[in-house]
Design a protein around this ligand. Structure first.
Ligand code: 5GP
Length: 193
């Protein structure tokens, strides 16, 4: 098996800090390729199509479901679909890199079920639900309705911690990043598979 035919799946409730950790990991010289998901939500300011996400229409998303192009997909929030394309995993493996994911809890569990020991799942845990709500609110990227949806979903997702291979508590970003990086190095280079 190719040493890097592996998957590193970072998951967390929205607002726990997983995207910041993933962005930092992409700045290291670890052999990681970021899995760009397809999604149907509107692009936020500063986001780039084909870099942060492939922003596609609901129609196009449905066609890809029918053509079995997704390794997993979810309606993460009502009316907003997100999914991992099989072609992304292939693209990154062909580059001799491990695939790095920033996806929701259900998507992470789904990929683990498919790829088993090839996948390492890391759950980023916020210090408390209060801190999570504060971070989500201060981010200022969401409408009030979207914020409510995210807080509701995050409270449920917090209960999933035990289902993942590793848990990293994000009290301080620098520490959480270093801890995550060490777990990945161990998995990529010290594991027996
Ligand atoms: P956001 O709208 O904040 O970019 O993302 C919302 C949630 O969807 C986040 O938890 C994000 O990690 C998750 N997400 C992003 N891409 C995917 C994907 O391909 N599949 C799944 N299941 N969730 C995703």
């Amino acid at each position: 098996m190719n040493k890097h035919q592996k998957l590193i799946i970072i998951t967390a409730p929205s607002g726990a800090g997983k995207t910041s950790i993933v962005k930092r990991l992409m700045q290291t010289n670890l052999p990681l390729g970021f899995s760009i998901s397809a999604c149907t939500r509107t692009r936020r300011e500063g986001e780039v199509d084909g870099k942060d996400y492939y922003f596609i229409s609901a129609e196009s998303f449905k066609q890809k479901i029918q053509k079995n192009e997704f390794a997993e997909y979810e309606e993460v929030y009502e009316g907003s679909f997100y999914g991992t394309l099989n072609s992304e995993i292939e693209r990154i493996w062909n580059n001799d890199e491990a695939v790095l994911f920033d996806i929701d809890v259900q998507g992470a569990l789904h990929l683990k079920e498919t790829f088993k020991e090839k996948a390492l799942t890391i759950f980023i845990k916020p210090p408390s639900i209060e801190v999570l709500i504060e971070r989500l609110t201060n981010r200022n990227t969401e409408s009030e309705e979207s914020l409510k949806k995210r807080i509701g979903k995050a409270s449920i997702e917090l209960q999933y911690e035990a289902k993942f291979d590793q848990v990293v508590e994000n009290i301080e970003l620098d520490k959480a990043f270093l801890e995550t990086q060490t777990l990945i190095i161990n998995f990529l280079f010290n594991a027996t598979t």
